[in-house]
Design a protein around this ligand. Structure first.
Ligand SMILES: C[S@@+](CC[C@H](N)C(=O)[O-])C[C@H]1O[C@@H](n2cnc3c(N)ncnc32)[C@H](O)[C@@H]1O
Length: 244
């Protein structure tokens, strides 16, 4: 049972609960319909031939959705999947079975920092999907710097995440379109269970504007900082480490 009431770290309480794994699994098909094309686009954006061998790091990997798209498209790639939730990683082991031998999970808390030695000092690419928005802005910026530091020269970083707008008129327009496309979510917004409310509040807590995040990437030294895809409150953006 999910109990986040008396916990200061709601993010950890949510993602490390057994309940989340059950709910996450139940939502898998819906998630694939909503995000599958974007995960495939990330895999295609990575600058490697389909047979080329390379190592990528997936931070906040969860059950490995982004990693699976990359492992599938790039048959000689190897994935390091990092997460702080043993529960999510356990569920991911099931889903990643077809890729046994080509990936490994590493425990890593992105808030605590201090990268474990199990994460290689240099990787060819880093991806994050639906997880950076769980970090406060100052941690996002430092994480981007740490990611740059881990990349080989020329290595790419791609982040797929929700973003917000400052303008309430734009927020209302995005919500209206989403409600039209997914009426079940419109109903859900007004009828959340306590668990769904806790998850929602944890989800929106640190969602940031897109432009400052592009600024963070540039400020820490990424080149080619671009928004590769954007629709309503979702974006894929990133950059690459310059050649030295
Ligand atoms: C919404 S899920 C996304 C999972 C996966 N990347 C995907 O796209 O399906 C968020 C993931 O981020 C992980 N996460 C949240 N906060 C984290 C932290 N501080 N350190 C490491 N992982 C974290 C959660 O455990 C969870 O697996």
């Amino acid at each position: 049972m999910l109990n986040v009431e008396h916990t200061t770290d709601t993010n950890a309480a949510i993602w490390k609960s057994d309940q989340i794994v059950k709910t996450w699994a139940a939502e898998a098909a819906q998630r694939e319909r909503t995000h599958g094309a974007q995960w495939q686009l990330m895999a295609r954006l990575l600058p490697f031939g389909e047979q080329e061998a390379f190592t990528f790091l997936d931070l906040g990997a969860g059950t490995g959705a982004a990693s699976r798209a990359i492992l599938e498209r790039h048959s000689s790639s190897t994935g390091i999947l990092a997460d702080f939730s043993a529960e999510m990683m356990g569920a991911g082991e099931q889903e990643l079975r077809p890729f046994a031998g080509r990936y490994r999970y590493v425990e890593f808390d992105m808030v605590a920092g201090g990268w474990p030695t199990a994460i290689p000092a240099a990787v060819d690419a880093v991806v994050t999907s639906l997880c950076v928005h769980h970090l406060p802005d100052e941690r996002k910026q430092r994480l981007f710097a740490e990611i740059l530091d881990r990349l080989v020269p020329g290595g790419w970083y791609l982040n797929y995440d929700p973003v917000r707008t400052e303008d309430p008129v734009v927020t209302a327009a995005w919500e209206r379109v989403t409600d039209q496309e997914k009426p079940e979510l419109a109903h859900k917004r007004h009828h959340r269970t306590p668990e769904e409310q806790a998850r929602y509040e944890n989800h929106v807590r640190y969602i940031s504007l897109l432009r400052p995040q592009l600024g963070y990437l540039q400020a820490v030294g990424f080149h080619g900082v671009e928004v590769h895809w954007k629709r309503l409150d979702w974006a894929i953006f990133g950059g690459y480490r310059p050649q030295e």
